[in-house]
Design a protein around this ligand. Structure first.
Ligand code: NAD
Length: 263
């Protein structure tokens, strides 16, 4: 299938490693010029170079802390100046710290809001007018399966992801008449640094090893394994494509069947 993506431009947030990087690489393999970002320059530049070398597409990389409004403004402005416009926006960010309800004060809730909900709102706000004027756009958010099934011990994530999903559903309705689709993709357990860090966090309290925790998670998944970032990225790339023109307002899990509910 020709995805019809050649020559498009994308901004993929939080993309020096993990799922963001896999999405940027997946889009670049389809001929999309990609803008990537992360806080640290070194790994970001290395990722940009890797994508350029493999795909020969134009990759624009800029450091940005997605929990800071000014960084988001600068990032979108610079990407737009570089490419002329942004066709595809992929909202992603690092995950908030694990913990239970009484572990967090207002400042922790505020930080999670800035990183995981406000960043998505701000990124969308920065691109939507231009997409409307051009009559074409794709917005995809990366959240978590916790939108459908909250994960114990990840209350900050559970609450913020639900907020993002609410925004997606509302925006999809508002933007559909302008040729812009808005979808949410929900990872289950994808083997990245994030899931290894969460397992390391549980290692001590569960008196076990990271490998055993990851293996335990795998046993809860019908496919009996964690997903890899490319498997996740394939779904995002399809949603970003011309071929997904009638898919909007959805929340799609990529979880190896882990969520058992029918809806
Ligand atoms: P990862 O740790 O492998 O990669 C995160 C990326 O975000 C990195 O490039 C990092 O540099 C960047 N980043 C982190 N904080 C940032 C900030 N403040 N500003 C800019 N860039 C920042 O993580 P991942 O597994 O790819 O996860 C991506 C998102 O998906 C996270 O929000 C995570 O919580 C969520 N998630 C992951 C899984 C999973 O199984 N891996 C499951 C559910 C949800």
């Amino acid at each position: 299938m020709d995805l019809g993506l050649t020559g498009k431009t994308a901004l993929v947030a939080a993309s020096s490693q993990g799922m963001g990087k896999a999405v940027a690489m997946g889009l670049a393999r389809e001929g999309v010029r990609v803008a990537i970002c992360a806080r640290g320059r070194e790994r970001l530049e290395a990722t940009a170079e890797e994508i350029r070398n493999e795909t020969q597409v134009d990759v624009f990389a800029q450091t940005a802390d997605l929990s800071k409004v000014d960084d988001i403004t600068r990032l979108v402005q610079a990407a737009r100046e570089h490419f002329g416009h942004i066709d595809i926006l992929v909202c992603n960010a690092g995950g908030p710290p694990p913990g239970n309800f009484l572990d967090f004060d207002d400042s922790a809730w505020q930080a999670a809001f800035e990183l995981n909900l406000a960043s998505a709102i701000r990124l969308c706000r920065a691109v939507v007018s231009d997409m409307k004027a051009r009559g074409w756009g794709r917005i995809i958010t990366i959240t978590s399966m916790s939108v459908k099934q909250p994960i114990p011990g990840l209350i900050l994530s559970n609450v913020m992801r639900a907020g993002v999903n609410g925004m997606v559903k509302t925006l999809a309705d508002e933007l559909a008449p302008y040729g812009i689709t808005v979808n949410n993709v929900m990872p289950g357990s994808i083997l990245t640094q994030r899931i290894v860090s969460l397992a390391e966090h549980r290692e001590e309290e569960a008196n076990t090893t990271t490998e055993e925790i990851l293996d335990h998670i795998a046993q809860e998944i019908p496919m009996k394994r964690l997903g890899n970032p490319e498997e996740f990225a394939n779904v995002v790339v399809f949603l970003a494509s011309e071929r997904a023109s009638y898919v909007t307002g959805t929340a799609i899990q990529v979880d190896g069947g882990r969520i058992r509910s029918a809806w």
